[in-house]
Design a binder for this molecule. Structure first.
Ligand code: NDP
Length: 255
């Protein structure tokens, strides 16, 4: 059975793989043998992530790119093919949020969130598709959120982007099933990362509310994403496509 999770010989791209949930997923893939390209804008963070991944015995590279920019994404895909030789797995994880109610959010802020969280997945998936198809198949994993499911007064663009990513996942899963490309989404609950550390400082009582609302009674950690990323990247999930899987300590099933 272990062979079904073996990623040796595979090459993965993880956008936002230089920290947070992306690094947790990249570690899982590296531990199963995949070579990994981490994509982000902060070069110091990316170099630290590359050292972390290379220590697991795989090839790892950092590619500096803004994933909301079409030309930067094209250059990123080219660089991965040149350096690592192929692409089998794409994880669209890069994301950000601007916390404002809908009547206060500016158009530029709306566009920044949608471009970073949703348009980036479209650009990276479209650019990677020919390489995945040429290999006879591959895996794409998109990162949603509890706000793919629930509403929230403070996150209109974020919730729209994360709802959109689930429907984009389903569209690609249907379109690319004949190419043996499986496309799935992961919906994280409340996870301890830079993104939520800022929210905890801004919102009184958030920490305690998360603990009370989460059946597992803890925040998620980035290493909680290693297993699901490995499963959805491996032959073990070859008949799983178009799904959106919560990794949330039970948050989404709590009444
Ligand atoms: P982090 O802020 O730790 O990580 C976000 C990553 O995205 C960073 O590595 C950042 O790298 C990268 N990034 C952001 N914008 C761009 C861009 N334009 N181009 C390239 N890279 C970019 O947050 P998380 O790990 O928490 O978030 C990861 C994903 O998980 C996001 O999609 C987020 O929405 C989602 N999520 C997180 C939850 C949580 O509780 N933490 C809950 C639900 C969903 P750099 O700064 O180097 O560009």
């Amino acid at each position: 059975m272990a062979g079904r999770f073996d990623l040796r010989g595979k090459v993965a791209i993880v956008t936002g793989g230089n920290g947070g949930i992306g690094l947790g997923m990249a570690r899982g893939l590296a531990d199963s043998g995949a070579d990994v390209a981490v994509v982000g804008r902060n070069e110091a963070k990316s170099q630290a992530a590359v050292a972390d991944l290379a220590a697991r015995g795989v090839s790892a590279i950092a590619v500096a790119a803004d994933v909301s920019n079409k030309d930067a994404v094209a250059a990123m895909i080219e660089r991965v093919l040149e350096s690592l030789g192929r692409i089998d797995i794409l994880i669209n994880n890069a994301g950000m949020s601007i916390r404002k109610p809908p009547h206060v959010l500016e158009l530029e802020e709306w566009r920044e969130v949608i471009d970073t969280n949703l348009t980036s997945a479209f650009l990276c998936s479209k650019a990677a598709y020919p390489a995945l198809k040429a290999n006879g198949g591959g895996k794409i994993i998109n990162i949603g959120s509890m706000l793919s499911i629930f509403g929230a007064s403070f996150a209109p663009a974020y919730a729209a982007s994360k709802g959109g990513i689930v429907q984009y996942t389903r569209a690609c899963a249907c379109a690319w099933a004949p190419d043996n490309i499986q496309v799935n989404a992961i919906l994280p609950g409340w996870i301890d990362t830079d993104l939520t550390r800022a929210a905890r400082q801004q919102i009184d009582g958030l920490h305690d509310r998360v603990l009370a609302r989460t059946p597992a009674a803890r925040w998620g950690g980035i290493d909680d994403f290693a297993g699901i990323a490995t499963f959805l990247s491996s032959p073990a999930s070859d008949f799983v496509t178009g799904t959106a899987i919560p990794v949330d300590g039970g948050y989404s099933i709590m009444a």
